[in-house]
Design a protein around this ligand. Sequence first.
Ligand code: HEC
Ligand code: HEC
Ligand code: HEC
Ligand code: HEC
Ligand code: HEC
Length: 215
Amino acid sequence: MTYRNTKILIVCMLLLGALVLAQDTDIRLPGNNQGYEPEQPIAFSHRLHAGELNIDCQFCHYGAESSRHAGIPSASVCMNCHKTVTAKFDTVLIERELAEVEGRDPRRIISPELRKLYDAVGLDENLQPTAEGGTPIEWVRVHNLPDFVYFDHRVHVARDLACETCHGPVGSMERMRQFADLSMGWCVQCHRDTPAIPGGPAEDHASTDCAACHY
Ligand code: HEC
Ligand code: HEC
Ligand code: HEC
Ligand code: HEC
Ligand code: HEC
């Protein structure tokens, strides 16, 4: 038996083991979580930020091109804008008009959702640093491939696959949801259909070797 075959056999045995274990212990196997749309600690809207405001995906997910994980931005990335944007523009305008009518200075309006962001970076109601500091936002993971699958954003982004090919119409999602089923069939189907070299012959396609995705 060649080294390679041995490796594949070991991979298969490990996978079967993982499957048995998962069934025994009732761990939810990902792959059929299509549509999973968990509530998040802050009602962050991709529709607003990526859609309406048209902020580039990689402004926030800057890992996608250079590392395995696209990454979730830290609150400091949000603060680039939210140091000054403390509520929706409409709300701020209404307060400005009211203040003018009432002959006073407009009050700073902080929306409840953005208040949570300021708590996370440790800013008080006047946006001054608090003594206690902040607590990181605990975003709930939406996509969860099992540990025995290897996925890397780099190779895919380098091939100019748009984020939306795999993540769907993110610019219209009020709350993030899992678009694809993330099944093995989904991965392998695209690998079979996509030439290994851009513009190359389809029979010379992206890898379908077990060991490419399972090690
Ligand atoms: C202003 C920053 C920002 C921009 C721009 C942005 N995102 Fe996000 N993204 C986030 C944050 C914060 C989360 C975590 C909260 C959530 O899931 O909504 C997230 C979550 C995600 C997730 C789910 C991650 C997981 O938990 O599995 C995907 C996929 C994603 N974004 C894709 C995109 C794509 C594609 C674009 C561009 C069309 C984009 N994002 C633009 C900030 C951003
Ligand atoms: C070929 C399909 C594909 C493409 C293209 C793709 N993703 Fe992903 N993305 C995935 C898969 C699969 C996962 C789940 C990975 C895991 O659970 O380890 C994922 C997970 C994520 C996550 C959460 C976990 C992490 O890696 O940090 C974010 C955020 C994300 N993608 C953003 C993006 C953005 C932004 C782009 C475009 C620049 C993009 N993705 C392009 C398939 C893709
Ligand atoms: C490039 C600028 C920019 C970045 C970066 C950005 N935002 Fe925003 N965000 C805005 C603007 C502008 C608005 C208000 C849009 C409006 O007037 O409707 C907004 C609105 C919001 C709202 C809605 C506020 C309300 O009153 O309901 C929330 C919540 C929010 N952002 C959270 C975040 C989080 C969390 C991050 C970081 C992951 C982030 N934003 C990053 C520009 C940004
Ligand atoms: C929409 C198409 C598409 C989807 C969906 C997709 N891939 Fe890919 N994948 C590609 C392309 C294109 C390449 C690059 C092929 C090349 O350049 O040789 C690639 C390359 C890879 C590589 C590197 C292979 C090597 O031998 O270097 C791995 C690993 C990989 N993908 C894993 C996955 C996994 C795991 C999934 C599913 C969770 C997935 N891919 C889903 C298109 C896709
Ligand atoms: C392009 C990536 C890719 C390739 C190539 C690939 N797999 Fe998978 N495989 C996956 C993903 C993603 C999952 C998890 C999806 C799920 O649980 O439905 C998975 C799950 C599995 C499972 C767990 C059972 C299941 O369906 O959940 C086994 C066993 C398995 N693969 C064996 C193999 C073997 C054997 C090969 C080679 C013939 C192979 N895989 C090639 C991506 C791949």
